[in-house]
Structure formats: C-alpha cells, structure tokens
Design a protein. Structure first.
Length: 453
C-alpha cells in the first residue's frame, strides 16, 4: 500500500473547490501540504513584511482543511508562510492558525521552522568563500548584507523531516523549496527519492498539471515503490500525459535536470502514461543526492526608494505616432524644471507604454499599430515627497506638451482615476540572490515547537 499525498492548491489563499477537499479526505491521505508563497510577485512583500495573499483567503483555506487534518491525525504542512517566509510573514500566518484553533476548539503540536538568516552568520560565510552568485550577478559583499532589509534561506526537506520526527502534527515553515513540503514524509518512509522529488515538483502547484489546469484546486498523488499516479480531485479536471509532462518543465531552464538543496532530479528517463481516464502514471525518474555539501538559496532585498505613479490613456493618433519623441521631451523638461530642487541622481523617471511595448520594453519584436495607449508615468526617488513631485511635474508636462501636429488645445491625457497620482510607498529590489554552502542542511533553520489550543 503506497502513500497518498494531498496538495490543497498552488498557493494557500488562492482557494480550492470544497468538493475537491471532500473527495480527497474520503481517500484518507497520509499528509496534506500546501505552498504559501513565491518570489513571483517581486521583492516588495519580502521587504515590507506583508503577504501578497489576503488574510480572508488564507483563513478560508485553512479553516476548511486544518480541523479535518487535526481530527483525522493527518500531518498538515505549510511552506513559505505568509508569502515570503520571513519572521513577520510566519507570525502573520501563525496568528491565523491560532485564531482558527481557538474558534474550532483544536489542540495540536505545531512546529514553526524559522528561515530568516542572521546577518553576522552570513558575513562569516562570505569571509569563508562559502557564498556564490546564483546566475550572472556579482559576488555577495558584506555591505550588501548590511543594506538588506530582510534575508531568508530556502530550506529543503530535512528541516521538515526533523519536525515530523519531533512529533509535529502541523508544520508552519518559513521560506522553503515548494517541493520539500511534499517530499519530506515520503523520504522518511523510504520511498525512491527520484519518484518522490518528481512527484513533489508537479503537485506543489495544485491542479496546474491537470486539464483544465488551475492553481486554485486540489490534486492527489499516489506514491508506490516504482511509480506514482496523479489524479485531480475535482471531477471537472483530468490528468493526461502531456499536461503532466508539461508541468514538469514549469519554471525550469533544463528539461531533464532540476536542482534542489538536497540534490538533483534526473528526469531523462521519466515516462508518462495514461493510467485511466483521469489519472497519469509516472515512472523512471532518478535522483542524485548532494555529496556532502548542500547549497541553500538566499533571497534578500534592500529598500530602493519610494514610488509614485500616474496612469493615463492616449487616443490621439498623432501623439501615438510620436510617443517616443513625446516621452523623451517630457523627461528632459521635467529634469530641467527640477534641476535646482532635486539632484538628478536622487530619482528615476520611467514611462511604461502599454499597447506598444509595455510588457517587453526594448525587446518587443513587433511594431504595433495601436489606436490607443495606456501610459504609466513612474517616479522612484529617495523620499516620498520627491517621488510625488517628480511624478506630478512629469504628468502635468505630458498633459499639456505641444507636439508637432497637435490640433487640440486641451489635455493630451485621459485619467481613469482621481487623484491622478498614486503614491505606492516604499519600493524594494533584490540585492541577494545567491547560494550558501552548508554541511548540515538544517544549520540555518531553527525549529520551535508550540502546543496550540
């Protein structure tokens, strides 16, 4: 008899169909897991210490599944708590869990795995030459560590396994490899690591590997000794070989080799077969374990200023035909007007032109012939007041700029909102995206056990 691993959804707070959870619980899963975060929404959430998912959404997802898991004795695992896995994110998610426990009368032992990296610890790692760039970026320096608002390490499966061995019924973890959430228990049970990691890689996004795919729904993995099965729990979905194989490639630069802190997945011999009408069978996946040295991915952000934007529409075909000329002139006029007030290096001014090249920028291969454009004027500066002022001058300049051939004497821009200028507050940038070498994969991560209820 194999293991049954239930994945609630692609992200905690995205939602899932209640019928999917009900169907999954009928099959008595051995573990329920859900990823709660991602770097996809950018550096802001890690820096600001807030979640990109709503509290209401997260509580809804938890208050349906958590009581059932506790009542049935099913381990419940949450990774990358609060969206980014830092201390404020963990605490935010923890309060929601404790609130549900109080409302539902639940009692359980919870392991909280902390993933924020101590700055002095990281500086010592840099001095030892144990931190390397992840990709074509510069070497990490101690001043980068000092500038960082928050730094997290991305844990693998071993902290989860330690928490399970410590008697945790619920695990709330900081920044984590999504796969580790689902790999920990099967690895403890001695299942083939190649199959385990491949299975975990696919189900961490919920039912995205199904058709129609959705991150907002549940999926069940059935893990056997020499293969695993994948079946969506919502009757409107099914898995087919191409949908499962395609999702194996999700977010990966190589179709055959996928790296985790614990080692490397070798999928060059993986086989995808239709098992029944809604189920796919996967076999042949291998795993090459890390040889004595683990590499922990680090994510750190620094504050890069304050952002103010203004959103406007343009419908005039003459202005549209000259939009690069107009934005260049507006920037020059803005800088000239502000040269005695703000040092030029203290702010940045951007124009994002949707309908022409707003998504791809200079890499846009098409010369689009738009009949209307959406223009986002963006100012980033050292202070909020400076960002507000730069955006305001640029917006008013563009509103009344006299380009050649202009016929109207009224404004050039149509504003969908009043006020037209929107202060976005602090903005952050990734300044640490590196790999840190450790001989003990649990070394950077502290486990705290809490009796809830």
């Amino acid at each position: 008899m194999g293991l049954k691993i239930l994945s609630l959804s692609g992200i905690l707070g995205y939602g899932y169909a209640e019928v999917s959870l009900e169907n999954g619980l009928k099959e008595d899963p051995d573990v329920i897991g859900v990823d709660a975060g991602s770097t996809d929404p950018g550096p802001y959430y890690l820096g600001a210490g807030v979640s990109f998912t709503s509290r209401a959404g997260v509580k809804r997802d938890l208050e349906l599944a958590l009581p059932e898991a506790v009542k049935r004795g099913i381990p419940f695992i949450i990774g990358t708590a609060g969206g980014s896995g830092g201390e404020p994110h963990i605490e935010w998610n923890r309060r929601i869990i404790e609130e549900i426990a109080k409302e539902k009368g639940l009692r359980f032992r919870m392991a909280v795995i902390h993933s924020e990296i101590d700055k002095e610890y990281l500086k010592e790692k840099i001095r030892r030459g144990e931190v390397k760039p992840l990709g074509p970026i510069k070497e990490l320096e101690e001043r980068d560590v000092d500038e960082a608002v928050r730094i997290v390490g991305q844990m693998g499966s071993t902290p989860y396994m330690e928490a399970l061995r410590g008697g945790a019924e619920v695990i709330l973890a900081g920044r984590s490899c999504d796969t580790a959430i689902f790999a920990a228990l099967p690895l403890m049970k001695g299942y083939d690591p190649g199959l385990v990691w491949h299975m975990a890689k696919i189900i961490e996004c919920g039912a995205m590997c199904a058709t129609p795919g959705s991150a907002a729904d549940c999926i069940m993995a059935y893990l056997e000794r020499d293969y695993f099965l994948l079946r969506p729990l919502n009757p409107i979905r099914k898995c087919v070989p191409v949908s499962v194989a395609a999702h194996t490639l999700y977010e990966q630069p190589d179709p055959y080799y996928i790296y985790e802190p614990d080692g490397m997945m070798d999928l060059s011999q993986s086989k995808f077969e239709q098992y029944d009408e809604r189920t796919v069978k996967v076999s042949g996946s291998k795993f090459v374990p890390a040889s004595g040295i683990w590499r922990i991915k680090l994510e750190g952000v620094k504050m890069s200023g304050y952002r103010t934007i203004s959103i406007a529409g343009v419908r005039d075909p003459i202005m549209i035909s000259k939009i690069e000329e107009v934005t260049k002139a507006v920037e020059e006029i803005t800088r000239e007007d502000l040269k005695n007030k703000f040092p030029p290096g203290d702010y940045r001014l951007h124009f994002r032109i949707y309908g022409k090249n707003g998504v791809m920028g200079e890499m846009e291969p098409l010369d689009a012939k738009a009949h209307e454009l959406c223009i986002i004027i963006e100012a980033i500066a050292k202070t909020k007041e400076m960002a507000d002022a730069v955006c305001a001058v640029a917006r008013s300049t563009m509103l009344h700029y006299h380009y050649e051939g202009r016929k109207a004497t009224a404004g050039n821009l149509a504003f969908p909102y009043s006020p037209s200028d929107i202060s976005m507050g602090p903005t952050y940038a990734f300044n640490i995206y590196h790999l840190m070498e450790v001989r003990d994969p649990n070394e950077p991560f502290r486990i705290e056990y809490v009796d809830v209820g």
